[in-house]
Design a protein around this ligand. Structure first.
Ligand SMILES: CSC[C@H]1O[C@H](OP(=O)(O)O)[C@H](O)[C@@H]1O
Length: 309
């Protein structure tokens, strides 16, 4: 299954807001509809945003204003801006070929990251913890951290996955569990705040996470909650491994302090799927990402290398 693709002169993508209850494919033929899909996380995940941005430039047909709006649709994942810049630098007639190459490169990168990440982990069978969703739904196929998990499972080396639910939009509870169930991988869902505690309790061999932007010094922006996991992993002596394609590394951003963190609608915190949890009028703060300093990261696995920050 491909999360996003180019079919008959249009973008087709899985509407992730409908999962896990419905598998719905959206067919998008204009940039504003694509921007809306990105904003409400119908399409999400750094690599998938890159592919969406690349195909979006094809739909823009050289319209600079549309391309600028597309590039700014979500600020933290570098892949969106990177892909838009790559494709929009070419004449419009070359855009589709370049966008298809970005799609194909992501597919190949996820296979390579899966193999490289699985090789890095020691032990016959491993129990891993992960946050948010980093599977094929965050890419085109297979995924980054969850791609490593899929490779481990395919090789009979996966003992269990402990998946954080990932408030407030529940990418873990809705999407990661759905992908793990589809591949038949053993897993249990946990609340976010249980992560650091369970790391300290023992029996977890590694934390595997994705990334939205990796600064030049190795600081990593990823889903909110990643930093807390890194602190817990450091305290517990558990390897903390980031899995991301080379396109997520942003050499132009010197360190994590310079990464723009997306602040999302406070109602995502006070409501779940539109059902109000907190008293009317409750204010909320909703940073969608945090930054893990490079000194808390054991390794960064890309399709080309393993980096020890
Ligand atoms: C394979 S990277 C996926 C990355 O993107 C997620 O954020 P969002 O769901 O808001 O797009 C999360 O940070 C994941 O690690």
């Amino acid at each position: 299954m491909r999360t996003i693709d180019w079919v008959d002169d249009a973008i087709e993508l899985v509407d992730q807001t409908k999962l896990p209850d419905e598998l719905v494919t959206l067919r998008i033929t204009d940039v504003d509809t694509l921007i809306g899909a990105i904003g409400r996380l119908a399409v999400r995940g750094a690599p998938a945003l890159g592919v969406a941005g690349a195909f979006g430039v094809v739909l823009a047909r050289g319209d600079a204003a549309q391309i600028a709006r597309l590039r700014a649709a979500r600020p933290t994942a570098v892949n969106l801006a990177w892909a838009v810049d790559q494709v929009s630098a070419l004449p419009p007639e070359q855009a589709l070929e370049a966008a298809l190459r970005i799609r194909d490169d992501d597919i190949a990168a996820c296979v390579a990251m899966g193999e490289r990440g699985a090789a890095l982990l020691e032990g016959e069978r491993v129990r891993v913890m992960t946050v948010c969703n980093t599977g094929g739904l965050a890419c085109v196929e297979r995924g980054t951290a969850l791609g490593v998990i899929q490779t481990l499972h395919e090789r009979g080396r996966l003992d269990e996955v402990l998946a954080l639910e990932t408030r407030p939009l529940l990418q873990g509870a809705r999407l990661t569990t759905w992908e793990l169930a589809r591949m038949g991988a053993p897993h249990r869902l946990i609340v976010d705040s249980a992560g650091p505690y369970l790391l300290g309790r023992g029996g977890i061999d590694a934390v595997l996470i994705g990334a939205d932007r990796i600064a030049a010094n190795g600081d990593v922006a990823n889903k909110i909650g990643s930093y807390a996991l890194a602190l817990g992993a450091e305290r517990a002596g558990v390897p903390f491994i980031v899995v991301a394609p080379e396109s997520t590394i942003d050499e132009s951003t010197p360190n994590g302090d310079k990464i723009t963190i997306e602040d999302r609608d406070p109602s995502e915190v006070t409501r779940v799927r539109g059902v109000r949890l907190a008293p009317k009028g409750t204010q909320a703060l909703n940073p969608a990402f945090d930054v893990t300093p490079h000194d808390l990261i054991t390794a960064i696995v890309t399709e080309k290398r393993v980096i020890k920050p």
